[in-house]
Design a protein around this ligand. Structure first.
Ligand SMILES: [Zn+2]
Length: 268
């Protein structure tokens, strides 16, 4: 089984807003998502990153336009999910499973491109976003217009997947095990991916920067205003830092540094 992490877009951010004692300097965050080539289940995505649906589409709501204008993401055409899948010889229709770690716009904006996919989601996360007001969702960067109209019918709650000591076993074969990483968003979780020769842990948004986890430099305000639970966020970050200290391979969604699991583009 192979796992890669393409970068869908770059988002500028002031370092002092994403790491404690950071500089007044802009960094270019990446917006990764996971692509797993599963021997039985075919191409599986973990989130989709940013796509044109969030950033360009003419049918976007005023709120979504404003949101993308403020954040200013720049799409990476080569790292778009449909482009990456095409380079791997797959069509969007081939994707039968997308694991949705949480509902922030930079994680779900490509879901509409996969007509045959079922969406593995945390039941609490879904209950929360589907019952929250538009204003509450806006504050957390959630826009239900990015979800396919039949999202609810195609949803697979994590609670229906086999339970293990670590978390839920998505396919019941040990290939993908979820791990709760609460705090960043309701129901936010990471995924252990059992690639050979050693597994990799996708820690998603447990921190923006790897350095912030390793050096215990979780930033306070204003970032904590968008967190679901700041105390839980810090504990999740420490959990991931422990994995890194134990020598495990860990990938974050937004860390700007290149990593060994990053997708390098189509073969020349
Ligand atoms: Zn997020």
């Amino acid at each position: 089984m192979k796992a890669l992490f393409p970068n869908s877009a770059w988002v500028p951010a002031l370092e002092k807003f994403i790491i404690a004692r950071g500089r007044l300097k802009s960094v270019r965050l990446k917006v990764r998502y996971g692509v797993i080539l599963h021997p039985e289940h075919g191409p599986v995505l973990i989130d989709t990153g940013y796509t044109s649906h969030a950033l360009i589409g003419s049918r976007r709501s005023a709120a979504l336009r404003l949101y993308s204008r403020i954040l200013g993401p720049v799409l990476n055409p080569v790292g778009q999910p449909t482009a990456v899948l095409a380079a791997l010889g797959c069509k969007p229709e081939d994707v039968k499973t997308i694991i949705v770690t949480h509902f922030h716009a930079d994680h779900v904006s490509g879901l509409r491109d996969f007509p045959n996919a079922r969406f593995v989601v945390d039941g609490d996360a879904w209950a929360h976003v589907s019952s929250a007001s538009a204003v509450a969702n806006l504050r957390h960067g959630v826009f239900d217009e990015l979800l396919p109209d039949d999202f609810k019918d195609r949803m697979v709650p994590l609670g229906s997947c086999p339970d293990t000591a670590m978390g839920r076993d998505v396919f019941g074969d040990g290939s993908l095990i979820t791990v709760a990483l609460p705090g960043h968003a309701v129901g936010h979780f990471g995924v252990w991916i059992n690639t050979a020769p050693r597994p990799v842990f996708y820690a998603v948004d447990a921190q923006w920067l790897r350095k912030a986890a390793v050096e215990h430099r979780t930033v306070g305000y204003p970032a904590r205003l968008i967190m679901d639970d700041f105390g839980a966020y810090k504990r999740s970050s420490d959990l991931v830092a422990q994995q890194i200290a134990q020598g495990k391979d860990v990938v974050f969604c937004h860390d700007p540094e290149d990593g060994p699991f990053d997708y390098q583009g189509p073969p020349e």
